[in-house]
Design a protein around this ligand. Structure first.
Ligand SMILES: Nc1ncnc2c1ncn2[C@@H]1O[C@H](COP(=O)(O)OP(=O)(O)OP(=O)(O)O)[C@@H](O)[C@H]1O
Ligand SMILES: [Mg+2]
Length: 313
């Protein structure tokens, strides 16, 4: 339903979004997870037709966001990072305004329906300026859904609202699963883990990992070990481990060593073999328990270690 191919956006010299590609299928909630400045908003603004890409392409359904911009936009509901709410409109008037702008059939009935859905009907005559931040966010969601688009793009919908409202907004997003394609950005790992079917992790404009939260965790679990080695000088242990194909990095912590692999192969047999062959003994080998948080930190860290391509040269 959303298909992004090599999408890129420069702001002057800065590459805000750097050749990203991913898909979101119908009925799926895909999380765009990344720290501040990762490129989440820039990606979403391109997908919603607010910002032209520098290169690359994307489709909403079968419509290209540049070639068929109007058709693509018609199929998207967008909750921007900063919702432009018209402060002096009533709750009802605001949604009705959007319903009419988007040429919804029976706009009044539809307005009542979406307000009901987000539990705002009781506040229909309140002015937008009188709403709490959490309620405004719900109003933003109602606005995004008023024309019943198949694709919903939500830019950090839970930022800056109180915990009770966070729970409600997350529930509202989960309720869209199956019936819609949802692209949802966040910098909160547990939120991505809780809500999303698939997660695309971006940092400095690049995709650093993607998959289901489970698969991403497993990937790291299979890839990180701690070892305790006896009868061998630590410098020698480092040397031996670093020579094993598939080992990406080794760090020493007192008598322990932490090993990260590149995921290309199972290196456990080689590790024990190499330690013994060098005259040492392997006292312990433990897989590191991990969470999506580790995936995120690792991915972001390795992007920081390989910063080439961040700036135009
Ligand atoms: N209008 C702009 N002009 C110049 N640079 C910009 C502009 N908008 C964003 N950037 C830069 O592009 C990069 C990506 O920004 P973007 O807002 O897309 O990130 P983000 O992931 O949404 O971050 P946040 O979590 O803070 O919302 C950042 O380096 C940012 O400084
Ligand atoms: Mg943003």
């Amino acid at each position: 339903m959303i298909e992004v191919k090599s999408l890129t956006r420069l702001y002057g010299e800065v590459i805000a979004v750097d050749h990203i590609s991913f898909k979101a299928a119908s009925g799926e909630i895909v999380g765009l997870l990344g720290p501040n400045g990762a490129g989440k908003t820039t990606t979403m603004r391109m997908l919603t037709g607010f910002l032209p890409p520098t290169s690359g392409s994307a489709k909403i359904g079968k419509y290209d966001i540049v070639e068929d911009s109007m058709e693509a936009r018609r199929r998207v509901g967008y909750l921007p990072e900063r919702v432009p709410l018209y402060q002096d409109m009533t709750v009802f008037g605001y949604i009705l305004f959007w319903a009419q702008l988007r040429q919804v059939k029976a706009p009044r009935d539809r307005t009542v329906d979406v307000l009901k859905r987000f539990d705002l009907l009781g506040r229909r005559d309140k002015l937008v300026r009188q709403l709490s931040k959490g309620l405004r966010q719900r109003l933003g969601l109602a606005q995004a859904l008023v024309h019943d688009p198949p694709v919903i793009i939500l830019d950090e919908p839970t930022i800056g609202i109180d915990p009770q409202q966070v729970i409600e907004v997350r529930q509202a997003v989960r309720d869209l699963r199956k019936s819609h394609t949802v692209l949802f950005s966040t910098h909160i790992l547990s939120e991505a883990e809780e809500i999303c079917d698939r997660v695309v992790i971006i940092d400095k404009g690049r995709i650093v990992a993607q998959g289901t939260p489970d698969a991403l965790e497993k990937q790291v679990r299979a890839n990180s070990f701690t070892l305790e080695v006896g009868r061998l000088a630590p410098e020698r242990v480092l040397e031996v481990l670093r020579a094993i194909p598939g080992v990406a990095s080794v760090k020493r912590r007192d008598a322990h060593f932490s090993v990260e692999t590149d995921g290309s192969r199972d290196v456990r047999g080689d590790i024990s073999g190499a330690i013994v062959a060098a005259g040492g003994e392997l006292l312990e080998m433990k897989q590191v328990k991990s969470s999506l948080e580790d995936v995120f930190l690792r991915a972001v860290q390795s992007a920081a270690d390989n910063p080439q391509g961040q700036k135009k040269s």
